[in-house]
Design a protein around this ligand. Structure first.
Ligand code: DC
Length: 209
């Protein structure tokens, strides 16, 4: 069973994906980490975001087993990830790896922006997790403050708006809801309610097969 979870920044899609993976005993890939790793490497080596060839080079030597999820989730890396993600050559380099992960025997759960549309259009279940920009910014703000990052709500909201515009407006594999995705708007839901709703969506889909 392949479960594809897509949605905008800070929508809680990672939480939902991890919970579904644990529940069904499936491997999980947070594909945002791949773009974050390329973005972090670009920042570290001062590679310009306009240099598509150099960025694709960074993507092609990515060591997926060595990704430090905690470090890659730090504030400025999200913006860098969103910038390298507009580069078609970067997406191309990361495509095969994600497709192979999705199509491993027994299935998998993947979350990102283009899982249901590009990586695994054949996924058994597609969920589009979303919430208002304000609700997402409030969550991300709380998260960053808990990590000790000194950032205002207004800055976080502006960052989310900028990333939404870039992720949805790019020409290569933009963030769009797959036609056959079930939408999970968790603006008014807490973490547990959001997970419960996702589990119900999958159970209903499996029952209807
Ligand atoms: O989900 P995230 O915030 O960790 O993702 C970081 C950036 O990576 C996001 O702004 C866009 C990009 N991304 C993408 O283009 N396609 C994916 N499947 C996952 C992430």
């Amino acid at each position: 069973m392949i479960i594809a979870i897509d949605g905008p920044a800070a929508s809680g899609k990672g939480t939902v994906a991890r919970a579904l993976a644990a529940h069904y005993g499936l491997p999980h890939l947070d594909t945002g980490l791949l773009y974050r790793a390329v973005g972090a490497a670009a920042l570290e080596r001062a590679v310009p975001f306009e240099d598509a060839q150099a960025l694709a080079g960074l993507a092609s030597v990515l060591d997926v087993a060595a990704l430090d999820a905690e470090a890659l989730r730090a504030g400025p890396i999200g913006e860098a990830a969103s910038r390298v993600a507009v580069v078609p050559a970067v997406r191309e380099k990361l495509l095969r790896l994600q497709q192979d992960f999705a199509h491993q025997p027994g299935g998998a759960v993947l979350d990102g922006r283009d899982i249901g549309t590009v990586i695994a259009p054949d996924a058994d279940i597609k969920i589009f997790v979303t919430a208002t920009p304000e609700a997402r910014a409030a969550r991300r703000h709380r998260e960053l403050r808990e990590r000790g990052e000194d950032v205002s709500f207004a800055e976080v909201l502006a960052d989310i708006a900028r990333r939404d515009a870039r992720d949805s407006g790019r020409s290569s594999a933009p963030l769009i809801e797959a036609q056959d995705a079930v939408r999970l708007d968790n603006t008014a839901l807490d973490r547990d309610a959001s997970i419960a709703r996702a589990l119900a969506i999958v159970a209903a889909r499996l029952a209807g097969r």
